[in-house]
Design a protein around this ligand. Structure first.
Ligand SMILES: [Zn+2]
Ligand SMILES: [Zn+2]
Length: 343
């Protein structure tokens, strides 16, 4: 089969590799659509290290074509997507009921071969974990391929704990920010601010439900948010761009008792500078959001299938498997939103 194999930074080759054979408790999925993610770019650039050689790609959907003899509950021909992060179930985080922050969490596309290939083998641990999610009729493979980041966004929105009537600031309108805009809207936000410099993304944010889109190059975000909220600040803020300065700015725009969620990863070793009294006297809650769970991934699929979240308008490019590197370069240049790879 053809697959995109990562060897070392800047060395990713689409080549012939043996088609995986499945063990008794494993499942083989024929990939119909896979999506390029910022993490794939970090792997390609060498800022996220994984064991090599490895077929990358952790956002994908496809059809079950082969089942191990001991796999129950699934059938050949079923349309599925796969939650790629496999929690151990045994560490303290898993025991606490927070498997998304499991201390080990090997992932399909990082520790196991992933979806930038014609076929992907779902390992036994993932099958047992309930990682294979059957797709209902109305969701396409292309949409399903990007329900994995949507599930992560759902975790972020849950962490943000939006109440009806909240004023929410979403910092950044890449694919993640645009998913957050839609989720914030259905969670009951009464005013959604989005800050974004890229004009195409800013227009998308407006189209998908943002009330006020601010271009930080032309306008002071702090002044605008304070002005629109009667000097109070935003109730809930989610930071969707990995820029430390943005986290500092977000805290300044937080009202008393506000909650701020850091969603995007920053470059390793980044620092922020804040006056601790700002958090102390104002009782600001500063937290993070990482990954998701098979449960939230199922909910993400349902939200799309029921027409509550629009993922189609986030898909701006479709490439052949042979062009994965081109897709990664487009990601680097911030071209479009989500790029799909169709094997
Ligand atoms: Zn991803
Ligand atoms: Zn664990």
């Amino acid at each position: 089969m053809r697959a995109a194999v990562f060897y070392e930074p800047l060395k990713l080759k689409v080549e012939d590799v043996p088609k995986p054979t499945v063990g008794a408790k494993e499942v083989l999925v024929k990939v119909k659509a896979a999506a390029i993610c910022g993490t794939d770019l970090r792997i390609y650039r060498g800022t996220k290290r994984i064991k090599t050689p490895r077929i990358i790609g952790h956002e994908f959907a496809g059809e079950i074509v082969e089942l191990g003899e001991k796999v129950e509950g699934y059938g050949v021909g079923e349309r599925v997507t796969v939650y790629p992060v496999i929690a151990c179930g045994k560490c303290y985080a898993c025991m606490m009921g927070r498997p998304n922050i499991c201390v080990s969490r090997p992932t399909i596309g990082y520790e196991y071969d992933g979806g930038f290939a014609e076929y992907v083998k779902i390992p036994e641990e993932a099958v047992a974990y309930g990682a294979i999610i059957k797709l209902p009729d109305k969701i396409s493979y292309e949409e399903a391929a990007i329900t994995e980041p949507l599930a992560a966004c759902l975790n972020g929105i849950n962490r943000l704990d939006i109440k009806h009537g909240d004023h929410v600031w979403i910092a950044g309108a890449g694919p993640i920010g645009l998913m957050h805009v839609q989720l914030a809207k259905i969670a009951g936000a009464s005013l959604i601010f989005v800050s974004e410099m890229n004009e195409f993304r800013a227009a998308k944010a407006k189209e998908l439900g943002a009330d006020i889109v601010i271009n930080p190059q032309n306008e002071d975000v702090y002044q605008r948010i304070m002005g629109e909220t009667g000097g109070k600040g935003a109730d809930k803020i989610i930071v969707d761009a990995g820029v430390p300065k943005l986290i500092e700015d977000s805290l300044k725009c937080a009202r008393k008792g506000a909650r701020v969620v850091i969603f995007a990863g920053c470059p390793e070793g980044s620092k922020i500078t804040i006056d601790p009294n700002w958090i102390h006297y104002r009782e600001i809650e500063l937290t993070g959001s990482s990954a998701s769970t098979p449960y939230l991934h199922r909910k993400a699929v349902e939200l799309v299938n029921n027409g509550k979240i629009d993922l189609k308008s986030l898909i701006t490019h479709k490439l052949n498997l042979e062009d994965v590197v081109k897709g990664l370069e487009m990601k680097e240049m911030i071209e479009g939103l989500k790029t799909l790879v169709i094997p």
